[in-house]
Design a protein around this ligand. Structure first.
Ligand code: IVH
Length: 687
C-alpha cells in the first residue's frame, strides 16, 4: 500500500470509528456489532503500526491507553476554576433571585437549569478542533495535567466535528464520572477478590484519573458530561447557545437541562428532578441555576470564590430512622470480618433497607451503637446504605455498649487486628469454612478458572463431606468420587435443609469442566489464586511481565515494585504469598495436574516475534516515532519494556536529551546502546 492510500484509509477509518463511538457513547445507539467495530479498530491499528507517521494523537486507537504517566505536571488554569455557592433551602434560592434582580437593575432575565453532577471537574482545551490538554480542577488556580488518561474516556472527543461557530482555541469544562453500574461491577469484583471496597463513584473517578497506567484508566469506563464553554472572543450570547454549540460540535452534554423563565419554573424543575435523578446513570447531588445571558453574567460578575450569576441547590441526603435489631458478622474470603447492622425494614430513596454497613469496630465505637437503638440510615453518594448516627434521646434505659466479638463467628478462632488496620481478621485461613469456601468460589469463577458446572451448593457439599479441602483437590476428583454423592442443601424458602444428590450427567459435567479449566491462561490462574490485592488487571500485568509462575514466585520485593502499576502493597502481598511453603506446594500441585502456569506470549502478541523475550529501556526524545509508539512496537514484536536499567537489560534505546546518569549506568553494565534508527531496522521498519 502506498503512503497516500494508507493516509486516506486511516482518515476514513477514524471518521467511521468516531461516528460509531459517538452514537454508542452519547446517543446509546449501536449501529454495528461489537465484532465489526473491533475489526475496524484492528484495521486502523494495523495500518498505524505500518505507517507510524499517520498515527495521530486524535486517533480512536489511542483510547485503549497504554501510555504511562510517571508524574502529573501542574498546569496553571488560564481561567481559574471557581466553585459555586450552594444552598439547601428554597428560601435562600429566592434570596439569590432577589440579588440577581437587584444586580441587573430592572432588566429582564432568564435562567438555565442543569443537574449538578457528582463527579470530578475537568477543564479541556481544544485547538483547531483537537484536544490539546485535560486538566483537573486542583485548587481552582492550578490542577494536574491528565491529558493521557482523559484521552481514554470515550465521550471526550479527541477531534471535533467541524462546527461553524467554534473559535480556534477554547476551553470546555465538565464533570468526569463513573457510571453507577460500572462502579457496582468494579466493587463486585473487588469483593470477590477480598479487596477493600471502594467508597463511592466520585472518589473512584478521582483516583482513576490519577492512575499512572492509562490502560487501566481505559478499562474503568469513565464518562464525561460537559456544561461550560469559554473562549477569548465571545461567540455566543447565552449559556443555552453555548450548550447547543457544544452539542453540535460533538461534546457529550446531558439532555437534562431546561431554560426557566422565572423562579416558579426553577422550583418546578427542582421538584421534578428530585426523584427522577435516581434513574440517571450517575450520581447527582443537586441542580445548578445559571443566569442565561452571558452579558448579564458579566454584569453580575464574581465574588472571590464563586460567580454571582449561578448557584447550586443541593438535595438533602435522604435519611430514615429505624430500629437496630442486631449486628451480624460476615467472614470474607480473606478472613476480614465485616459487621452488618440488621435493621427493622424501612423505606429509603425508593428501596426497602434491611441491612446497612457498619465498616469496622472503630465505627461501632464512634457511633456508640447499642442493640435496640433507633438509628439513622442514609444513602448518600455511597451505594450501600450506612448507619450514620443514633437517636440518643429515644434510647431505652439499661442498654449496654456493644461488645465486638473476640473470636471468629464461624470457627471460634481468636480474631486478630493488624497494626494500623481497622479491620479484624480471622487468622484460621486453612480451616475457617467461609474462607475455604470463598477461596474455592473465587478460583472457579468465570473470570478465573471458569468451572461452569460447579455451583456454590455442590461446592459446599464437596467441602462438607471432605472430598476437597483446597483448589488443587478439585483436579483429583474422579467421576466415581462424584457420582451418587449426596449432600445437604439449605434453602431459606423451604425453611430448612434438603438432600441433593449428584447423578451421572451432572457428575460428568463437573469432571469435564474441571478438565477444560486447565486450559485457562496463566493470568486467569494467577487471579484465581486469590492473592490479596492481586485482581484481574494486576494478574494480567504480572503474567505478561514475568511470563511464568516460578519467575514470579522468585521475584524479589525490589523487582516487583519495578513493574509498572505494581505498588508496595501488591509487592508485599505477593512476597508473603510465595514465601509460604503451603502456597508453594499448592502451586506445584496445580502445575503437576497440568494447569497453565506460563503465559503464551506468541499467541498474545500478534507481532512477528523478532524481539522475542528481549528487554528494552527507552530514554530521551525521538525523531520519527513517539516514546509511546516505541513501547507499542516493542510489545508488538514480542519484546519487553522495562522502566530502569539493570544487569539483565538487553538494549537501551537512546534518544535526544537522554539523562547522563542512565547512559553512564548502561555503559557500566555493558548494555547495548542503540539509536532509534537501529531499533527500527531491527524490526524491519527502517524506511
Ligand atoms: S458550572 C463557574 N454546572 O460543581 C461555575 N458546575 O461547586 C462553573 N458541577 O466545580 C461550574 N455539575 O465540578 C457547573 N451543571 C454543572 C455542574 C457543575 C456539577 C460541579 C463542578 C464545580 C462544582 C461547583
Amino acid at each position: 500500500m502506498t503512503a497516500e492510500t494508507a493516509k486516506k484509509t486511516i482518515d476514513e477509518l477514524i471518521e467511521r470509528i468516531d461516528f460509531y463511538n459517538t452514537r454508542y457513547y452519547q446517543d446509546s445507539v449501536s449501529e454495528i456489532s461489537d465484532f465489526e467495530f473491533d475489526q475496524l479498530l484492528k484495521r486502523l491499528e494495523k495500518l498505524e503500526a505500518e505507517f507510524p507517521q499517520f498515527k495521530y494523537a486524535y486517533s480512536p486507537s489511542q483510547r485503549v491507553g497504554g501510555a504511562i504517566t510517571k508524574k502529573f505536571n501542574t498546569v496553571i488554569h488560564k481561567n481559574s476554576m471557581l466553585s459555586l455557592s450552594n444552598t439547601y433551602s428554597e428560601e435562600e434560592l429566592m434570596d439569590f433571585d432577589r440579588r440577581v434582580a437587584k444586580g441587573l437593575e430592572g432588566q429582564e432575565y432568564e435562567y438555565f437549569c442543569e443537574l449538578k453532577f457528582d463527579g470530578v471537574a475537568i477543564s479541556l482545551w481544544y485547538e483547531n478542533g483537537e484536544l490539546q490538554k485535560a486538566v483537573t480542577r486542583g485548587d481552582g488556580t492550578s490542577g494536574d495535567d491528565i491529558t493521557t488518561n482523559a484521552r481514554t474516556i470515550r465521550s471526550i472527543p479527541l477531534k471535533l466535528k467541524p462546527e461553524k461557530g467554534l473559535p480556534e482555541t477554547f476551553e470546555v469544562r465538565g464533570e468526569v464520572f463513573m457510571p453507577r453500574v460500572v462502579f457496582e461491577e468494579l466493587n463486585a469484583s473487588k469483593s470477590m477478590n477480598g479487596e477493600a471496597l471502594l467508597a463511592n463513584p466520585r472518589n473512584t473517578t478521582s483516583g482513576t484519573l490519577k492512575m499512572q497506567d492509562s490502560a487501566i484508566v481505559a478499562s474503568r469506563k469513565l464518562d464525561c458530561f460537559l456544561y461550560y464553554f469559554q473562549s477569548d472572543k465571545p461567540v455566543v450570547a447565552t449559556h443555552e447557545a453555548a450548550v447547543h454549540l457544544m452539542e453540535n460540535a460533538g461534546f457529550n452534554v446531558s439532555k437534562t437541562y431546561r431554560r426557566c423563565l422565572n423562579m416558579a419554573e426553577v422550583m418546578a424543575y427542582i421538584h421534578e428532578w428530585e426523584n427522577k435523578r435516581n434513574s440517571l446513570p450517575l450520581d447527582t447531588d443537586g441542580i445548578v441555576i445559571k443566569v442565561n445571558s452571558l452579558d448579564q453574567q458579566d454584569q453580575l460578575g464574581f465574588t472571590a470564590k464563586s460567580p454571582r450569576w449561578a448557584i447550586a441547590y443541593k438535595y438533602k441526603t435522604e435519611r430514615a430512622r429505624t430500629k437496630l435489631k442486631g449486628v451480624t458478622f460476615q467472614v470474607g474470603r480473606t478472613g476480614a470480618i465485616t459487621p452488618v447492622a440488621e435493621l427493622e425494614p424501612v423505606q429509603l430513596a425508593g428501596t426497602t433497607v434491611k441491612r446497612a454497613s457498619l465498616h469496622n469496630a472503630n465505627e461501632i465505637l464512634r457511633l456508640d451503637l447499642r442493640i435496640d437503638d433507633l438509628v439513622f440510615v442514609e444513602k448518600g453518594g455511597e451505594i450501600i446504605p450506612k448507619v450514620v448516627g443514633v437517636d440518643f434521646e429515644n434510647r431505652k434505659e439499661g442498654t449496654e455498649p456493644f461488645l465486638y466479638p473476640t473470636v471468629c463467628p464461624e470457627c471460634a478462632t481468636p480474631l486478630v487486628r493488624k497494626e494500623g488496620e481497622a479491620v479484624h481478621y480471622c487468622p484460621n485461613e486453612e480451616e475457617c469454612p467461609p474462607q475455604v469456601l470463598g477461596r474455592i468460589e473465587h478460583f472457579i469463577q468465570r473470570k478465573a478458572m471458569n468451572v461452569e458446572s460447579l455451583g456454590p451448593e455442590t461446592l459446599k457439599g464437596l467441602l462438607d463431606c471432605g472430598k476437597i479441602k483446597n483448589v488443587a483437590d478439585l483436579y483429583t476428583l474422579t467421576f466415581d468420587d462424584l457420582n451418587g454423592l449426596e449432600f445437604k442443601v439449605y434453602s431459606e424458602k423451604k425453611g430448612g435443609d434438603s438432600i441433593r444428590s449428584l447423578r451421572d450427567k451432572s457428575a460428568k459435567n463437573i469432571v469435564d469442566s474441571i478438565e477444560i479449566s486447565k486450559n485457562q491462561p496463566f493470568d486467569r490462574l494467577l487471579f484465581g489464586l486469590g492473592i490479596r490485592f492481586v485482581g484481574s488487571t494486576v494478574s494480567e500485568i504480572l503474567a505478561e511481565y514475568f511470563t511464568d509462575i516460578h519467575k514470579l514466585a522468585e521475584a524479589t520485593y525490589e523487582e516487583l515494585v519495578e513493574v509498572p502499576e505494581i505498588g508496595e502493597r501488591i509487592a508485599g502481598s505477593l512476597c508473603q504469598y510465595f514465601d509460604d511453603p503451603e502456597n508453594m506446594e499448592l502451586v506445584e500441585r496445580l502445575e503437576r495436574y497440568g494447569l497453565t502456569v506460563k503465559a503464551d506470549i506468541k499467541k498474545e502478541n500478534e507481532g512477528n516475534g523478532v524481539l522475542d523475550g528481549k528487554t528494552f529501556v527507552i530514554s530521551g526524545v525521538f525523531e520519527k516515532v513517539s516514546r509511546d509508539d516505541l513501547k507499542e512496537l516493542i510489545k508488538q514484536h514480542s519484546g519487553k519494556v522495562l522502566s530502569s536499567i539493570s544487569g539483565n537489560l538487553d538494549y537501551l534505546v537512546a534518544g535526544d536529551k537522554m539523562g547522563p546518569s542512565k547512559l553512564e549506568k548502561a555503559q557500566k553494565l555493558n548494555t547495548k546502546i542503540i539509536s532509534e534508527s537501529d531499533f527500527l531496522e531491527m524490526i524491519g521498519n527502517d524506511d
